[in-house]
Design a binder for this molecule. Structure first.
Ligand SMILES: Cc1cc2nc3c(=O)[nH]c(=O)nc-3n(C[C@H](O)[C@H](O)[C@H](O)COP(=O)(O)OP(=O)(O)OC[C@H]3O[C@@H](n4cnc5c(N)ncnc54)[C@H](O)[C@@H]3O)c2cc1C
Length: 547
């Protein structure tokens, strides 16, 4: 006899856990099926060194920003352990000497810091911040909007499109032009319009290429910068970027705890092999061990290729949808390097191994735009970057739970290696790449290399094979223009529903993903709950609605 639930959630990453918490809260008997031995997916805290279990790292994702207050409050996450330390400034030391610090919320100190490199840029900075804040006011609320099926002539879709247009009726020609610029320009061109000094442009370019298979001169990277800079998604002001106490796995654990409290069951080591479809309706799943579990609602939070092409199957999908998913772009070339340090980096520009402000934010290796671009061009030419770029953080500047007293954890989010390294482990080359990355920091802080006690290098192959991040893309799919909003994950299906009735989709490959924001899981659960209610009221909804 197959086990029966009201709702099955496939994947226990943070989005799956959010979906389960909301479904369970609505009264649905819900089970989460997670393939690994632990929940969290890419939001995970782990001890990668068996001989040093006292060190814990946030193995993949490393900082929080976009989780909306609605989800935090609805699920009472603070009560379940959600606790954020706001990050310090952006910091870059330069090989030629000197350093720059950028403060998210201190215009005066920003001005002082940038003035060292360019008085003109220092004066431009407040206008840039105001310009970005204005655009965030437009784009932020869109993150919580269910994208309409633009082009569909069905009355419900037309109404949704018109509603969206009406909501934005106040936008003027100037704002529309600025949004257009943001969506279409490269971060390099955009910054050239605003700033002159290479140091400032390098610092501001980082957010435009994070997790992206594109260098700073590629169109669309200006939007990636905005995605990482939006601080308010329309339901309250979000904090700046911050570190979760206990690492990113503690965010997932807090959500899991809330889900369990609402009655959700979480099964580990339960990889799903297939989603069962009968007469264009999802009716359950089959696990890899052959067990069958049935439910009227199935929410998948896996990479779209796994969810649709492997688990639903082309035979159960409309041709155009399956083709769209086959064409889904999912490259990154990201390598995560986690380090246990015996002491903090002692920068030539800002000496000392005692904890100082510049250790508390992002500790970057992105001295200029050209440096970042060179790293991308190396990877595009088929080799790992000779001098990789890195977004580094030292969460233990605040969080004392991750390692023994007197030691630190440093997390380096680095780019790029060739996109096709997701197909083979490339273990030796990854090691050599990590050596070069460490050497780059060592040039700026000569105690760096000798301070490393342990290191853990996670490349695209491991991301795909251990964590299900197909192609090594950190967001289940690139944030390129053709994969955003009503196109994410496919045109006509951006409302967290799918071509299969009863099957909902809430991974980072939907609108508002990626990142640890929970919005996809929340929206997928909301769609399922709304449809369930309309079925009860006798107004069932068909999912096959692209027209
Ligand atoms: C290196 C790296 C750094 C990042 N840095 C940040 C950051 O600092 N801040 C930020 O906000 N975001 C960051 N991100 C992005 C963010 O982590 C992801 O967008 C987000 O965690 C994805 O959540 P998800 O629940 O959609 O998917 P996932 O976390 O991928 O969860 C999917 C789950 O499904 C499970 N699964 C896979 N196959 C099966 C199966 N067959 N059956 C059952 N379960 C299965 C997986 O084990 C996993 O637990 C980063 C990502 C990476 C990889």
């Amino acid at each position: 006899m197959a086990a029966r639930y009201d709702a099955i959630v496939v994947g226990g990453g943070h989005n799956g856990l959010v979906a389960a918490a909301y479904l369970a809260r609505s009264g649905a008997k819900t089970v989460v099926l997670e393939g690994r031995h632990k929940t969290g997916g890419a939001a995970t805290t782990e001890s990668p060194w068996p001989d040093a279990p006292e060190f814990q790292v946030t193995r993949l994702s490393y900082v929080m920003s976009l989780l909306p207050p609605t989800i935090i409050n609805d699920l009472e996450l603070a009560r379940h352990g959600y606790k954020i330390y706001p990050m310090g400034p952006y910091y870059q030391a330069f090989p030629e000497g000197g350093s720059i610090k950028l403060y998210a919320d201190d215009a005066k100190r920003n001005h002082e810091s940038v003035s060292q490199w360019s008085k003109k840029d220092a004066d431009a900075m407040p206008k840039w911040d105001a310009w970005l804040a204005g655009l965030a006011d437009v784009l932020g609320p869109l993150l919580l909007t269910v994208p309409p099926a633009i082009g569909s002539r069905k009355p419900r879709d037309l109404a949704a499109t018109l509603k969206l247009a009406w909501r934005h009726r106040g936008l003027d020609v100037r704002t529309i032009a600025d949004v257009t610029r943001l969506m279409t320009m490269s971060i390099a061109d955009l910054l050239d319009d605003w700033f002159e000094s290479p140091q400032v442009k390098g610092a501001l370019a980082v957010n435009g290429v994070i997790g992206t298979w594109a260098g700073p001169y590629e169109p669309g990277t200006a939007y990636v910068m905005a995605h990482h800079s939006i601080g308010d998604v329309g339901d309250g002001h979000l904090g700046n970027w911050g570190f979760q106490e206990g690492g990113m796995g503690a965010v997932s654990s807090a959500i899991e705890s809330a889900a369990r409290e609402h009655g959700a069951e979480v099964r580990l080591n339960a990889p799903v092999a297939r989603i069962l479809v009968e007469g264009n309706r999802a009716v359950g799943v089959v696990l890899e061990n052959g067990d069958e579990i049935r439910a009227k609602v199935v929410v998948s939070t896996l990479h779209p290729r796994t969810a649709f092409l492997e688990q639903v199957g082309r035979e159960n999908l409309p041709d155009d949808f399956a083709t769209d998913i086959e064409h889904w772009k999912s490259r990154s070339g990201v390598v995560k390097i986690n380090l246990a340090l015996g002491e903090l980096p002692d920068f030539i520009a800002d000496p000392g191994t005692q904890l100082q402000e510049h250790h508390t934010g992002s500790v970057e290796m992105a001295p200029t735009m050209e440096y970042i671009e060179r790293a991308f061009q190396d990877a595009r030419d088929g080799k790992a970057a000779v001098r990789p770029f890195s977004d580094g953080v030292i969460p233990t500047a605040f969080d004392k739970t991750l390692c023994p007293e007197g030691t630190h954890i440093m997390s380096l989010f680095t780019q790029w290696v060739p996109a096709d390294w997701s197909e083979e482990p490339h273990a030796e080359e990854l090691d050599a790449y990590a050596d070069r990355m460490i050497d780059c920091y060592n040039e700026l802080a000569p105690n760096f290399k000798s301070s490393i006690l342990h290191r853990d290098v996670v490349g695209p192959y491991q991301m795909e094979h251990e964590y299900g991040l197909v192609g090594g893309n950190i967001f289940h799919g690139e944030l390129s223009l053709e994969q955003l909003f009503h196109m994410r994950p496919a045109p006509g299906y951006a409302d967290y529903r799918t071509p299969v009735d009863g099957l909902y989709y809430g991974s980072s490959a939907t609108h508002a993903g990626g990142g640890v924001c929970g919005i996809p899981g929340w929206q997928a659960a909301r769609a399922a709950i709304a449809d369930r209610k309309s079925v009860v009221r006798g107004r069932g909804r068909s999912a096959s609605r692209r027209s």
